[in-house]
Design a protein around this ligand. Structure first.
Ligand code: HEC
Length: 95
């Protein structure tokens, strides 16, 4: 009986909060984007160890052409993902 009551209370509070702050229950597009590092690790670890890119130091143009080369090697990613990865790499592994 007591358990049921507490459960009901918690639920009711949640519903009240959702009603009071509708923005909280809405998805924020920016937060749905994978973090650049996670995207890089996921995309670039499929064929070889990440040490390969991590041991390189290149400027943005060079990373860009490398990422394009990985595409022709068979790496599948959207243009937006490629741009995010190039941005990440030239910041973390730039020169
Ligand atoms: C479909 C498989 C595949 C994926 C996915 C892939 N690569 Fe590669 N990568 C290769 C192959 C094959 C080579 C060796 C041939 C070459 O250098 O082009 C290579 C070589 C490399 C090298 C060494 C190049 C050199 O000149 O020493 C780097 C750095 C690299 N990849 C970075 C990346 C990055 C960054 C990503 C993610 C955007 C990535 N790779 C994703 C297949 C892949």
């Amino acid at each position: 009986m007591t358990r049921f009551f507490r459960f009901g209370l918690v639920r009711a509070t949640g519903i009240l909060l959702a009603a009071a702050f509708p923005a909280l229950s809405q998805e924020t597009p920016a937060l749905n984007q994978p973090a650049p590092q996670a995207l890089f690790e996921l995309t670039c670890s499929q064929c070889h160890p990440l040490d390969l890119p991590r041991s390189q130091r290149m400027n943005k143009e060079e990373w860009k052409s490398l990422v394009e080369r990985m595409r022709s090697n068979g790496c599948v990613m959207t243009d937006q993902d490629a741009a995010t990865i190039v941005e990440y790499l030239s910041k973390e592994y730039g020169r």
